[in-house]
Design a protein around this ligand. Structure first.
Ligand SMILES: Cc1cc2nc3c(=O)[nH]c(=O)nc-3n(C[C@H](O)[C@H](O)[C@H](O)COP(=O)(O)OP(=O)(O)OC[C@H]3O[C@@H](n4cnc5c(N)ncnc54)[C@H](O)[C@@H]3O)c2cc1C
Length: 275
């Protein structure tokens, strides 16, 4: 989230009067709301054009830097793609080297990096081991250079921190995001980088089987209603937004399941929907 405001003289386009009453052509104040990657980058760029840049965040700035409530995705590993590295090096010369010094890992897309979509992580007691996903965890992998992708299923019901591998199956689908129907019998994998979602029966986690595959949808995360019959997809397709699918025939193991799209929602400020 990022909001940038520019405080100018009330007379549009007129000269700015600085606090000492002197006139200057340089705009005086810029205010950036949100002190994460976008806000801090914007503030750095604005600093070349404004006398003063104020960054406002709802979180206090911790010292040393810690994960903050306002950026819940921060503990998740992030990738700084090559083009972003080039762009960020301009306002922040030496940034990439500094990230490496701080522990960032250089990588090569393909050989080093599988896309991995996980299942539910460790949650409050009973949540993972009980209702949600039967304690199963899974990952769909995609190594673009060495496809086919495989799907690994783990059992974390006794200790979600140490899930035990149940199966590793070369389905050949490309995985990035995943989700479980709440009863833990159906694992969903989406490719995300392109269209493709798969439903995999994990009733027997040692012998998973694909029950449906489709190349219509590009989902960046999937959630489900309580009985697993409705899928809420963060849609990165032609029109970004939220798609809701009726997947009841898959959940009920109809031999020829038909998936109907119930609705698609978008909004003017839609960006990259996620989860
Ligand atoms: C689970 C998850 C995994 C992701 N994985 C990746 C990945 O692997 N690679 C990748 O490139 N991207 C990934 N992303 C996306 C990436 O994290 C975001 O695109 C990026 O963090 C967005 O940066 P931002 O500065 O726009 O917003 P945010 O990082 O969301 O920061 C928003 C800031 O605004 C502040 N704020 C919010 N409301 C207010 C308010 N009312 N007043 C003042 N301050 C406010 C917050 O405290 C926060 O500091 C992931 C996102 C999620 C959720």
């Amino acid at each position: 989230m990022l909001r940038v405001g520019v405080a100018l003289d009330p007379v549009a386009g007129g000269p700015v009067v600085d606090p000492l009453g002197e006139q200057t052509d340089e705009p005086r104040d810029a205010v950036v709301i949100g002190a994460s990657i976008a806000g801090l980058t914007a503030a750095r760029v604005l600093a070349d054009h404004f006398q003063r840049v104020t960054v406002i965040d709802r979180d206090p700035a911790p010292h040393p830097v810690l994960f903050r409530a306002g950026v819940p995705q921060a503990p998740h590993p992030h990738i700084l793609l090559a083009r972003w590295q080039q762009i960020l090096e301009q306002p922040f010369p030496g940034l990439v080297a500094a990230l490496h010094t701080a522990g960032g890992v250089p990588w090569a897309f393909g050989p080093d990096l599988p896309f991995v979509g996980g299942g539910p992580g460790c949650g409050p007691p009973g949540r993972v081991a009980g209702k949600r996903g039967r304690g199963l965890r899974a990952r769909g992998m995609w190594r673009p250079g060495t496809a086919p992708g495989s799907v690994d299923v783990y059992d974390g019901s006794s200790d979600c921190r140490h899930p035990v591998l149940q199966s590793s199956t070369p389905f050949g689908i490309l995985g990035h995001e995943s989700g479980f129907a709440p009863d833990g019998r159906t694992l969903w994998i989406s490719t995300t980088a392109r269209a493709g979602i798969a439903a995999i029966d994990v009733s027997n986690p040692r012998l998973p089987s694909m029950v449906w595959y489709n190349q219509t949808y590009t989902f960046h995360g999937m959630n489900f209603n309580d009985d697993g019959t409705r899928l809420y997809g963060a849609d990165l397709g032609a029109v970004h937004g939220l798609s809701i699918l009726d997947v009841s025939q898959i959940q009920n193991r109809d031999p020829r399941p038909v998936v109907a799209q119930g609705s698609h929602l978008t909004w003017p400020a839609v960006s990259l929907p996620k989860h």
